[in-house]
Design a protein around this ligand. Structure first.
Ligand code: SF4
Ligand code: SF4
Length: 178
C-alpha cells in the first residue's frame, strides 16, 4: 500500500521567501570576503609540494653523467608498461667508456603513465625521478612519447643523495688512464 507523506504547510514568513533569500545572500557575502582559493591558471601557478609526483624524468649526476645504466628494472616493474628502453654501450671515445652502460634510447609514454612512482622506487641508480612537471599537452599521441633527450632535459641534474657508485666510477676512470 502506498504511504502518503503529508507535506508540512509553509508558515506565513516562509511563504514570503525572505528567510531563504537572506540565507542565500549570507552565503554569497561570506564567499565574497573569504580568502581566494582559486588560481587564475596558467598565469598563476600553484605551489608544488616537495614530494609531488609529476612527470617521470631522467636525471644526470652532479658530474653531468647520465645516471641510468639501462638495467631495465623500471621497464619491468612499470604497471601499465609505459617505459621502453633500448640498452646501449657508452661510446669508446667517451670518458666513462667501459665503466657503465647507458640507454641508447629511453621512452616513457605519458598517456600510459599512471604516475605511481614505482620506477623511481625500484631504480638502483636513482636515475629516474617524478618531478614537478604536471602540465603535459600535445596535439598527437606521438607527442606524449617522451624520448631520452626530452626526459634528460626535464630531469636536469639533481643533488645526489647517495652517490653510491661514484667512487667505483672514479676508480675505473683512473684505471682507464693507465
Ligand atoms: S610512474 Fe609508474 S606508470 Fe609512470 S613510468 Fe613510472 S612505473 Fe610506469
Ligand atoms: S632508470 Fe633506473 S631502473 Fe630504469 S633502466 Fe635506468 S638505471 Fe635501471
Amino acid at each position: 500500500m502506498a504511504l502518503v507523506v503529508q507535506r508540512k504547510p509553509l508558515s506565513w514568513l516562509e511563504n514570503t521567501y525572505i528567510p531563504q533569500i537572506l540565507g542565500g545572500m549570507k552565503i554569497t557575502l561570506k564567499h565574497m570576503f573569504a580568502p581566494k582559493v582559486t588560481l587564475e591558471y596558467p598565469e598563476e601557478r600553484p605551489v608544488i609540494p616537495e614530494n609531488y609526483r609529476g612527470v617521470p624524468t631522467l636525471v644526470k649526476d652532479p658530474n653531468g653523467r647520465v645516471k641510468c645504466v639501462s638495467c631495465q628494472l623500471c621497464e619491468f616493474v612499470c604497471p601499465p608498461k609505459a617505459i621502453r628502453i633500448w640498452p646501449g654501450e657508452i661510446p669508446e671515445e667517451a670518458e666513462t667508456a667501459h665503466v657503465e652502460k647507458e640507454p641508447d634510447d629511453f621512452e616513457i609514454d605519458m598517456l600510459r603513465c599512471i604516475y605511481c612512482g614505482l620506477c623511481e622506487e625500484v631504480c638502483p641508480e636513482e636515475a629516474i625521478f617524478l618531478q614537478d612537471t604536471f602540465s603535459v599537452t600535445g596535439y598527437s599521441r606521438d607527442e606524449f612519447k617522451f624520448r631520452k633527450d626530452k626526459l634528460l632535459q626535464l630531469g636536469g641534474t639533481l643533488p645526489d643523495k647517495h652517490y653510491k657508485w661514484d667512487k667505483k666510477k672514479e676508480a675505473a676512470l683512473r684505471g682507464n688512464e693507465h
